[in-house]
Design a protein around this ligand. Structure first.
Ligand code: PMP
Length: 296
């Protein structure tokens, strides 16, 4: 396996970062997780734009040329002969003396890891996953804004630990005001009386790229969509619940705490049309020429 590390591809065993890297010392950095289908990275522009946003929110400079980043992503995929891949792009503050001051680090560390995309178990989609509402609250927007996709993931990890202890797959976090926010690695949707609901960005969530696509598709499918503030009881009272992210796409939730839901039609339909959207995207990118994805 080849890893892209600071402008070059290196074998996995040589893909090493200093213990003085501020990503390691302080979780000071940002990242993106992407998914490639049939050689094409889905929503690459959107992920890179979000990376730039995250970086700018922490005052970190990422190579400004977006095509350079795209080429690096495709070069890494090509070097590993991968077409259906998990792609992780990480940028940390870089190597520097101990101390919080970002200016101690001169050059950001830039890493791209690609791995073969392993499908989630079919049962997750057929029967749904279980979730808890965690006692761990989501970071406040004016503490660590969840819109910054940062390397500092302890908030989510603490909630994940709670989920594991409870035998659940995902933990849904509330904010300090008692409103539903998101899962540890996913956005949350639920349906009540033909309305598809999801917490608004103002609740303190990462505005997921999958969430955004699903919202658009839901409107196209004729559903009424509501982004807003919802309580735990709204979620418990739902007919159907599902979560979304780049790798899992649309995944039904069969249970939140002690409340059970049927694996619903809405999640199934939206997953199907989401897949259609992916196919159209891949065809379109391939049709537009080999410049961006030219690694057969
Ligand atoms: N929320 C959190 C906390 C996440 O880590 C993720 C995964 N990136 C998401 C939501 C979903 O975002 P996306 O659809 O862009 O993968």
């Amino acid at each position: 396996m080849q890893v892209y590390l600071n402008n070059k591809l290196v074998p996995r065993a040589e893909a090493l970062v200093s213990v003085f890297d501020h990503g390691f010392l302080y979780g000071d950095g940002v990242y993106e997780t992407m998914r490639a289908y049939d050689g094409v990275v889905f929503m690459l522009d959107e992920h890179l734009m979000r990376l730039y946003r995250s970086a700018s929110l922490i005052g970190l400079t990422v190579p400004p040329d977006m095509n350079q980043l795209k080429n690096a992503v495709y070069e890494t995929m090509g070097a590993n002969s991968l077409k259906n891949a998990y792609v992780r792009l990480t940028v940390s503050r870089g190597y520097g003396p101990i101390g919080l001051d970002p200016d101690l680090c001169e050059v950001p560390t830039f890493v791209i890891i690609v791995e073969e995309m392993k499908d989630y178990p079919k049962t997750y989609y057929e029967q749904g996953i279980s979730a808890i509402i965690s006692g761990t609250k989501r970071n406040l927007r004016d503490a660590i804004n969840p819109q910054i996709k940062s390397l500092n993931f302890l908030n989510n990890i603490l909630a994940k630990i709670e989920a594991k202890k409870a035998g659940a797959y995902e933990a849904i976090m509330m904010n300090a005001a008692g409103h539903v926010t998101e899962g540890t690695i996913s956005n949350v949707f639920f349906c009540t009386d033909d309305v598809l609901c999801t917490p608004s960005v103002g609740c303190g969530i990462l505005d997921g790229i999958t969430r955004n696509i699903v919202l658009g598709l839901a409107v196209r499918e004729g559903l009424t969509v509501r982004e807003g503030e919802f309580t735990k009881d709204d979620l418990y009272g739902a007919k159907e619940v599902f979560i979304t992210n780049t790798t899992m796409e649309v995944m039904p939730v069969r249970q939140v705490d002690a409340v059970r839901y049927g694996v619903g039609e809405v999640a199934k339909i939206l997953h199907k049309v989401y897949r259609g959207e992916v196919r159209a995207y891949v065809t379109n990118v391939k049709g537009s020429g080999p410049s961006l994805w030219g690694y057969e």
